[in-house]
Design a protein. Structure first.
Length: 334
């Protein structure tokens, strides 16, 4: 056997589905469900009989680039964005179902790193949650689809349509770092033709602290799941995961609640434009009544519906409203 053959990475195309699946399950913590992975479907224990369900798909190209995201980052992000949607409804995440569609040439090491990222996200963000099943298949384009399930634990669901006139508007989590991170990748890690340039470990180590933080929040976001559940218990009237930018998500909440959300730019940090028009920080936009003990920082007030869904300092917002893959994808891959 040659040196090249001994150092060559094994690809998923050389293994059976069962072998790949075993390599994933061996890296995940044991299931606490009545019936976990291994049967045709999992059986979950849901205390009050109601299940919150959501799903999200990440596609190589518009949603991530392998030149920039490590397998661990991808696993972490795929879990985090779904956990945030469940928590935004006031539900405790209890299970993930993960489907991977991979090209034959995908290294098995990618699958292992991805599984490690899933496990790390659950352990850090939602310790009651585990991967309870999923699917594997072949595709020319690497695609990750995750379904997350949550238990309301006796709470009423907190919907985006519940904001009421007089409520305060709050943000739990950060605004802007993830958008700074994607801007950094587009500015500094593409070649003259626009193709992604590999984000190597030395390149990441050379970044300043602010850039490194922004990059980490883009590639592996940390939604404050526990705080969202505390907000639900504290009497939040409406709540949303801020995934597509504050301006766009606040507009969605205002439209669903038939109100106007008035935002104060001075409360939005050092770069209000980026805070309003960025996205993917996966913090939470929350409204609280005056008699509640709110969480987060106040950024505005819910007002009677006017001509605009949202205003900033009393005026209509005309700037960027968030990331749109149909509009903003540059068709780059890597």
């Amino acid at each position: 056997m040659t040196d090249a053959e001994t150092t060559r990475e094994i690809t998923v195309g050389e293994l059976s589905e069962g072998q790949i699946l075993r390599g994933i399950l061996d890296r995940l913590p044991p299931s606490a469900a009545p019936v976990g992975p291994g049967d045709d479907a999992a059986v979950l224990a849901v205390p009050d009989g109601r299940v919150v369900a959501t799903t999200d798909t990440l596609v190589h190209g518009p949603d991530f680039r392998l030149a920039w995201s490590s397998p661990h980052d991808l696993g972490f992000k795929a879990a985090a964005v779904n956990l945030a949607d469940v928590a935004a409804m006031g539900a405790r995440p209890i299970a993930l179902l993960v489907a991977l569609a991979m090209p034959d040439a995908t290294p098995v090491s990618f699958v292992r790193g991805f599984a490690d990222g899933l496990a790390a996200a659950c352990a850090e963000l939602a310790p009651d949650c585990a991967v309870e099943g999923g699917d594997l298949t072949v595709s020319d384009t690497l695609t990750i689809a995750v379904t997350a399930l949550g238990s309301l634990d006796g709470r009423a669901p907190v919907r985006r349509s519940g904001a009421r006139v007089g409520d305060g508007v709050y943000v739990i989590g950060e605004l802007g770092p993830a958008a700074r991170g994607i801007d950094l990748l587009f500015r500094r890690f593409r070649d003259a033709d626009g193709a992604p340039v590999a984000l190597t470990a030395p390149a990441r180590a050379a970044l300043g602290s602010a850039d490194a933080h922004a990059l980490s929040r883009q590639l592996a976001p940390r939604p404050p799941i526990a705080e969202a559940l505390r907000a639900a218990d504290a009497g939040a009237t409406a709540m949303m995961d801020i995934s597509d930018g504050l301006a766009l998500d606040a507009t969605r909440m205002a439209d669903a609640s038939d109100v106007t959300i008035s935002l104060d730019s001075a409360s939005l940090g050092d770069d209000p434009v980026l805070a309003l028009g960025g996205g993917e920080d996966h913090g939470f936009l929350v409204t609280f009544p005056a008699d509640a003990e709110p969480l987060g920082r106040r950024i505005g007030t819910v007002e009677t519906r006017g001509e605009e869904a949202i205003t900033v300092d009393g005026r209509a917002w005309t700037g960027r409203t968030g990331w749109d893959p149909y509009r903003d994808w540059d068709a780059g891959r890597g």
